[in-house]
Design a protein around this ligand. Structure first.
Ligand code: PLP
Length: 443
């Protein structure tokens, strides 16, 4: 089988700005009938043309497409664009953010490895690490505070393979101090994997601060319109997977044998792209969480307006967070972008353009007051999603984080009186008025 997608993308230029790359990177019109918009290649498979080309494609010796479970031209354009935007050497798009999280953690931890992670992750990621991946002999060591380097270092052992964290935690908006964490990880020969879903690459590019692997739920800000589920893994291409901790990359395998039948290892055959090739050839090809070309198209469309949408949402989220600090019945507002939080210095270092469109707040009273607020909003929709053009509200303790053990949930600030907002693109004054009337009417 072909071990790689074909190359049809233009080479992204390092000189181009983010907004330019969000519209142009990874797509070559001349190779696509001059179509200005990336075509949807609704084709399960591709003609191998002749026997010699078929053999070369199958051996991965030449670029080209064979079968859409492994690579598809529409999806390929999205992968190239996201790799360019994050500053990686390659990317694999997947059918959901959880596929991206699971594949990345499994690929690093494969065969008895351990992953260090904080407890304030997205609920399904906590469940994966704490409960499900151990069934596959991949184990987690949870840190109370991922920014406490002494605590994290004390958790590193001979089987540790990676540190995993969200760059901005959901819903607390706590910021991970990526740079020293990456230095610590690399000193011990382990990789830093981050989930960059909340800020999107427009607000933060973790590879610039030392992250090795970046994952996203592209369902969120990248797609931006709440109309497609998707995920991506981006590889920085800098990590040495041959340092002795990762036998899966140095083991010789039939699946990537050369045309003459010589067995190869992923590190031997693909060098600095070993991780992302293994994701495609082993994980995507075997477990099959492939992104459809239709969804890839929607995500490419969403990317075109990412900078405009996110900058407007950041401005609205900041105004709403600030308003909530003065709103009766609101007892706490979590938004690292407010400027007066303990994480002020981290916000200034990593997020000069804002931390994103998510914020959360606690109210006084009991569950009945929380329910009445949820039922009382007219513009905010009660939806378990983020990054939509529409504004959304949810009670994380009951919906998005219900699988997190209560003690961890509460330690992460996800109590029964917490509400999370994902601020959309509506007029900010309408959003503030909607929250005001819902909160006032709930007491
Ligand atoms: N990572 C984060 C931070 C999330 O918020 C989510 C979903 O809410 C996911 C991963 C999972 O993404 P998906 O729903 O696309 O599988």
């Amino acid at each position: 089988m072909s071990s790689q997608a074909a190359s049809q993308g233009s080479q992204p230029s390092q000189c181009q700005g983010f907004a330019t790359q969000a519209i142009h990177a990874g797509y070559n019109r001349q190779k696509n009938a001059d179509a200005v918009s990336v075509p949807i290649y609704a084709s399960a498979a591709f003609d191998l043309e002749d026997a010699a080309r078929g053999r070369a494609l199958a051996a991965g010796d030449i670029p080209g497409f064979e079968y859409s479970r492994v690579a598809n031209p529409t999806v390929d354009a999205l992968e190239r664009r996201l790799a360019a935007l994050e500053g990686g050497v390659g990317a694999v798009a997947l059918s959901s953010g959880m596929a991206a999280v699971s594949y990345a953690l499994m690929c690093a931890g494969e065969g008895g490895g351990r992953i260090i992670a904080p407890t304030n992750l997205y609920g399904a990621s906590v469940d994966a690490l704490g409960d499900f991946l151990p069934q596959f002999n991949i184990h987690a060591d949870f840190a109370h505070n991922i920014n406490d380097l002494a605590e994290v270092e004390s958790l590193i052992g001979p089987d540790t393979r990676a540190i995993y964290a969200e760059t901005v935690a959901n819903p607390s908006t706590e910021i991970t101090d990526i740079e020293p964490l990456a230095e610590l990880a690399h000193r011990h020969g382990i990789a830093l994997i981050v989930d960059n879903t909340v800020p999107t690459p427009y607000l933060l590019r973790p590879i610039e601060f030392g992250a090795d692997i970046v994952v996203h739920s592209t369902t969120k800000g990248i797609t931006g319109h709440g109309n497609a589920i998707g995920g991506v893994i981006v590889d920085a291409g800098r990590f040495d997977w041959t340092n002795g901790r990762f036998p899966q990359f140095t083991r010789e395998e039939q699946v990537i044998a050369d045309g003459d039948g010589t067995l190869r290892s992923f590190a031997g055959k693909f060098g600095n792209e070993a991780f992302i090739k293994r994701i495609r050839v082993k994980y995507l090809r075997t477990f099959g969480a492939v992104q459809s070309p239709f969804n890839a198209y929607l995500q490419l469309l969403g990317l075109e307006t990412l900078p405009e949408r996110v900058s407007r949402q950041v401005a609205s989220a900041t105004a709403i967070a600030s308003h909530l600090t003065r709103t009766p019945h609101v007892v706490k507002v979590n938004y690292s972008g407010l400027g007066n939080t303990p994480q002020f210095e981290l916000a200034a270092k990593y997020f000069p353009d804002g931390v994103g469109q998510i914020l959360s707040f606690s109210v006084d009273g009991d569950v009945n007051n929380v329910r009445r607020i949820l039922d009382g909003t007219k513009i905010f929709s009660y939806v378990p999603n983020i990054g939509d053009a529409r504004s959304l509200i949810v009670d994380p303790a009951n919906i998005t984080h219900r699988e997190v053990p209560t003690a961890w949930r509460v330690a992460a600030g996800v109590n029964d009186n917490l509400l999370r907002l994902s601020v959309g693109l509506e007029d900010v004054n309408d959003l503030i008025a909607d929250l005001d009337q819902a909160i006032a009417g709930a007491y």
